[in-house]
Design a protein around this ligand. Structure first.
Ligand SMILES: Cc1cc2nc3c(=O)[nH]c(=O)nc-3n(C[C@H](O)[C@H](O)[C@H](O)COP(=O)(O)O)c2cc1C
Length: 309
């Protein structure tokens, strides 16, 4: 503790009071004339990651920005992850000047725009375009009903009056939070292959890291370095301890030892859940004894379900 000083958090604490690594994305939204507006953003993070029926991202932004106003109006946006390249970061910083209109900033924009999958699948709908240079894009819809933000409207550029929402829509005089449902993830082929077939250090996109606005003059960004793998600790428990957990389930379904041996690598905290999943399958399939054969079927089913999502 002696090495640390007490630093008082200030407004925008993630950049005024911390060194906080963040992604660099260009957010595409629909301007009133139908043109796509691009704004650079870093305060984006996964929000609902499982167990909610849909996946969602969170975006924090100034509520008078083109991006916020367009999301309030149309509910649609694209989150475009740009690769590490000096000219792209320079362009992102140029496009981050507050108050520029869509026309002004998009006139000489370096990024190329194209249709995403939502536009292709919904020819009658209106969707912002995607950045062709991005290595991945998320097409999103704002979940305006969350936190009852459905009545938040665009049009106020000098500070919204109270009341404010807690976590979705207009959340303070100048702030907004948007919970954005993931409609599509678009991945460049090389990285799609990495994700589907197994990633190597070469199969990573060049991800830049933004450290935010510092010293009132510069935005700071670090260059991409080849990622290095760190071996996961492989802890195996014994068949006896898996048997102990299996015997505690309220069921007459039984497991053979060699079936339980297939679960020794499952972390102890997940064992009851995994075992219950096996029992559920057995009960649905009139099976009283789970052997390695049934385990294979259950594993295949699980793998297929994961693939589907
Ligand atoms: C790299 C970078 C990241 C930024 N991240 C954010 C952010 O997360 N939230 C925010 O409100 N503004 C952020 N800004 C500032 C906005 O880009 C700025 O308000 C800009 O005017 C928004 O453009 P728009 O009005 O077209 O949406 C960032 C700027 C840069 C250059």
């Amino acid at each position: 503790m002696n090495d640390f000083k007490n630093l008082e958090p200030k407004d925008n604490f993630y950049q005024t009071s911390l060194f906080f690594p963040m992604p660099v994305v260009m957010i595409g939204t629909l301007a009133e004339n139908g043109e796509t507006n691009l704004g650079p953003y870093s305060l984006v993070a996964p929000y609902y990651i499982a167990g909610k029926g849909y996946y969602a991202m969170l975006l924090e932004c100034r509520n008078s920005s083109n991006t916020a106003q367009n999301i309030l109006r149309t509910g649609k946006c694209t989150i475009n992850f740009i690769p590490d390249d000096k000219k792209y970061f320079k362009e992102a910083v140029r496009m981050g000047w507050p108050g520029d209109t869509t026309e002004e900033k998009m006139k000489d924009c370096l990024f190329h725009l194209g249709d995403g999958l939502m536009a292709k699948e919904n020819p009658n709908g209106s969707f912002p375009k995607i950045v062709e240079e991005a290595f991945q894009v998320i097409e999103c819809t704002w979940m305006r009903e969350l936190d009852h933000a459905q009545d938040d409207k665009p049009g106020e550029l000098n500070g919204y009056p109270e009341p404010y929402h807690d976590f979705n829509g207009i959340t303070s005089k100048f702030g907004a939070h948007f919970i954005l449902r993931i409609d599509k993830i678009l991945m460049k082929e090389k990285y799609y292959d990495s994700i589907v077939n197994g990633v190597t250090a070469k199969g990573y996109p060049r991800v830049p890291v933004d450290y935010g606005y510092r010293d009132s003059k510069y935005f700071w960004c670090s260059s991409f370095k080849k990622p290095r793998p760190e071996l996961l600790p492989m802890r195996e428990t014994s068949v006896a301890s898996v048997r102990y957990a299996a015997d505690r389930l309220q069921t007459d379904v039984k497991f053979t030892d060699d079936a339980l041996a297939m679960l020794v690598k499952v972390p102890r905290i997940f064992l009851p859940l995994v075992l219950k999943g096996c029992v559920k399958w057995a009960e649905e399939n009139n099976c009283k004894l789970i052997t390695p054969h049934e385990m294979e079927i259950i594993n295949d089913k699980r793998a297929k379900e994961k693939g589907k999502k």
